[in-house]
Design a protein around this ligand. Sequence first.
Ligand SMILES: Cc1cc2nc3c(=O)[nH]c(=O)nc-3n(C[C@H](O)[C@H](O)[C@H](O)COP(=O)(O)OP(=O)(O)OC[C@H]3O[C@@H](n4cnc5c(N)ncnc54)[C@H](O)[C@@H]3O)c2cc1C
Length: 389
Amino acid sequence: MAGLKQGDGKRVVVIGGGIIGCLTALYLHRLGASPVILEKGKTGRESSWAGAGILCPIHPWLYPDSFTHLIDDSLARYPDLNDMLLELTGMDIEWRNNGLLIPFFSDDCIHHRDQALAWSERFGWPVEELDSTQTCEHEPSISASVNGALLWPEVGQVRNPRLLAAVRKALEICNVAVQEQTEVVALEKHADGAICGVRLAGGKSIAADAILLAAGSWSGELAQQIGLILPVEPVKGQIVLLKDTPGMVNHIIKHDDAYLVPRIDGHILVGASMERAGFQRGTSDDVVSRLLESTWRMMPGLKGADIAQQWMGFRPGTPDGMPYLGPVDEHPGLWVATGHYRNGVALAPGTAELMSRWIMGKPPQLDMFDFRINRPLQTSSAVGFPGSL
Ligand SMILES: Cc1cc2nc3c(=O)[nH]c(=O)nc-3n(C[C@H](O)[C@H](O)[C@H](O)COP(=O)(O)OP(=O)(O)OC[C@H]3O[C@@H](n4cnc5c(N)ncnc54)[C@H](O)[C@@H]3O)c2cc1C
């Protein structure tokens, strides 16, 4: 078996070069390990590239408390991540706190309003209730039929392609090994079940002290080969990118069928469908039309905006909406960080921090029970898989 020739530290193979794999590898390097990222395509081109970069779950009050603790821990690490990437690479990931606004209109009422307010108070997330006049002052292009809104002024965002490019550059600067176009086809194990390496397409094997499975939507397939049930499935999301003048939309705006994420340069990202349709690539006209119609109902002023681009990505979905994080007890040497579903960018710094330290022998301070690999299969209709299309 060809061993890794990276350095003297613990040899860790990271399967998958999305934000979870790349950032964890960077942090492992910082802790003195010798990680190598194996990526079947190009790094940071799947879900992590495609996402909207909202740094807050869509409806955080629908998750267990442990999830909020994980999110809070991760978001608290964004300022340092931003500074580190800027200093190391000179690249701006466009991390900024422009707030999240959930409007409600005359023909509906904000869902979960009481739950949202109670959750915000309990976890110390500043929130303001706005009447219709205040909502229009905050968002001048919003429909005149708006009744009011909830505003979380400290919710932030990043621009995914820039985040991924900066992390990729940081890996390069730190000489972390990244092998693209390198597909892992099997996990290799000893007779006692311990995982000792991976086999690549083409037959070559790579030995390692630890293997981190961070293959996003594809993680379940690899796990299955060693009899490990990891119910991670692709949940496709389509996005439309509009181009308007900067300032047309000020906050991240979320309503029932769509959300808007305004970038600094006037681009407005409109997302996103939730489709359980396997690994079927491509965008479809009907989904794009639905997203645009929802947008125009919310913000009629955006009718004139040009469509700059449209794309899709596969969220690594889980039945209960929660990631799988930690060691696999039956297979020593194997670690899992996947299933981040709709929240992988928000959860990335926290995941990278805790997984890198854990692999290096320092168990997390947070209670990880709800994220364990062998938890019973539980579905949540609120935050888990959508119905099949
Ligand atoms: C439309 C959309 C909107 C989203 N919006 C948000 C948001 O606003 N906020 C937020 O926090 N999250 C959001 N997400 C979710 C977030 O993007 C994901 O949770 C996150 O990117 C998952 O990262 P990952 O590294 O696990 O997966 P990925 O980015 O998919 O990376 C996995 C990588 O593993 C590689 N791989 C797979 N199998 C193998 C193999 N056998 N060998 C080698 N390599 C392999 C793949 O090629 C891929 O590059 C959104 C996602 C989508 C699609």
